[in-house]
Design a protein around this ligand. Structure first.
Ligand code: EPU
Length: 426
């Protein structure tokens, strides 16, 4: 089966300040491991607030090959593993989406075997899964790499001590994999250097609602007591903090005034702090954030690091914003040091950026100008959309299928705020 994403482009006429209010969808990076966790449940799970995204459909397709019957209605997915024989996630699906690796821990814990294609290279840099494998091996799994596949088996996982820190910090999906598997292991597992991203916490809370015993969620030290069974659950996914940040930057880069609704400001502390540093007015309510721009944007140096720091998934969008400030700034990515594919496209729009290792050195320019550019990955395509919204004239962004992996109807949301953006077949 060949994979051919739809070839569409965005055409944007920039320069319109965005105004109004817009709602954030459910979190992609919470939804994907939570969907995979249906493999360890003893009955159907029901997930609410699931965003309608290409990655979500890819995960559902993968789960179907693993014996899961799913159906979706209005953002509510029900997922039921009715056949527990299949254990293999093929290259064809895994190469479309690296988060497919999230099935490995659940397969191993519940079916005693998982065969998952190694994800391979990626536009945002080298992305090994050694920490996932280290954690699962510590729980007693036998793991080999053969013909491009991870082949893992274990009659019964056993609780153990696991340290999940790597050179770039912890691992988000690695923590999801090991934590989920440990829920059905015999005895106690301690995970140190666990990721504390809100998406990991949300998965953990869903597992707890299914009967898992997990302590320390939201910290780097998790203690998990294995249980015999995880039961069905009905669970609502948190709002997507990365989409919320992208929409906030859309408002600011166009010098507009926008309220982002149905988001959780307490998941976005580092981003909101940085926005205030640029001189933007930021008002937080319980489930909403309001921003407005009244003065020239000040440059500010930013480092993407694991949570609770500034997220790497907002680095590209932030770089686009910094191109239009009144001075120099340095944007560093400590999580994915090569995640700078957007830089060369922003240069084509008149930005002044120099790449130096894991940094982008940016000198603000008074104006970007519309151009034809190419999206290379999900967040890079969001950065180009933001630049296009601010630029003078017409911007055409090719390969928008990257954006559809992680943003639900972004162009419709932007249009609601007054943007002139249309999707056109190539
Ligand atoms: N790493 C290792 N070994 C491992 C795993 C990771 O060295 O076994 C390194 C990576 O190379 C990277 C760092 O650790 O330098 C962090 O990677 P992590 O494993 O945390 O990334 P991930 O779990 O593969 C998730 C998100 C990404 C997000 C990162 C970092 C999902 C489905 N994906 O990926 O989201 O950038 O965490 O926060 O949750 C996106 O949404 O655009 C996206 C790429």
């Amino acid at each position: 089966m060949g994979y051919a994403p739809p070839m569409e482009k965005f055409v944007i006429h920039g320069g319109i300040p965005l105004r109004g209010s817009v709602r954030v969808s459910g979190s992609k990076n919470a939804a994907l491991p939570m969907m995979a966790a249906c493999l360890i449940a003893s009955g159907p799970i029901r997930l609410r607030n699931v965003p309608d995204l290409a990655d979500v459909r890819t995960m559902a397709g993968l789960l179907q090959t693993l014996g899961v019957v799913s159906n979706v209605q209005g953002g509510v997915w029900s997922l039921h593993a009715v056949d527990d024989q299949a254990c293999r996630a093929d290259y064809e699906l895994v190469r479309q989406m690296r988060a497919s690796i999230c099935v490995l821990g659940p397969l191993l814990a519940r079916r005693g075997r998982g065969v998952v294609s190694l994800p391979g290279g990626c536009q945002i840099g080298h992305r090994p899964i050694d920490l996932h494998l280290k954690g699962l091996r510590a729980l007693g799994a036998e793991i080999q790499i053969e013909n491009g596949y991870v082949i893992a088996s274990a009659r019964q996982l056993r609780g153990a001590y696991v340290h999940l820190g790597g050179e770039q910090g912890s691992t988000v999906t690695g923590t999801c994999n090991v934590m989920t598997a440990a829920c059905l292991a015999k005895g106690t597992t301690v995970i140190d250097a666990a990721a504390s991203e809100p998406e990991v916490v949300d998965l953990g809370e869903m597992l707890v609602a299914m009967g898992a015993r997990i302590e320390g969620l939201g910290t780097s030290h998790l203690v998990i007591q294995g249980v015999d069974e995880l039961h069905p659950v009905d669970y609502a996914i948190i709002p997507d903090r990365i989409e919320a940040a992208t929409l906030l930057i859309a408002a600011i880069i166009t010098r507009g005034s926008v309220t982002i609704e149905q988001c959780l400001p307490h998941h976005m502390g580092a981003i909101l702090d940085k926005l205030r540093e640029t001189g933007v007015e930021v008002k937080c309510h319980r489930n909403a954030i309001q921003v407005s721009v009244t003065a020239p944007l000040k440059p500010c140096d930013t480092r993407a690091v694991p949570y609770p720091g500034f997220p790497t998934d907002v680095q590209a969008q932030w770089t686009a914003l910094m191109t239009l400030t009144s001075g120099r700034s340095v944007v560093t990515d400590k999580v994915f040091p090569n995640r700078f594919m957007h830089v060369s496209e922003l240069l084509r729009m008149g930005a002044d950026i120099r790449r130096d290792g894991d940094c982008a050195l940016i000198t603000g320019v008074p104006q970007l100008s519309g151009a034809e550019v190419m999206a290379s990955d999900l967040r890079a395509s969001a950065a180009l959309v933001l630049a296009g919204l601010a630029a003078q004239g017409q911007t055409t962004i090719h390969r928008m299928y990257h954006l559809d992996r992680g943003y639900e109807q972004l162009e419709a949301k932007l249009r609601c705020l007054g943007a002139d953006v249309v999707r056109v077949p190539e």
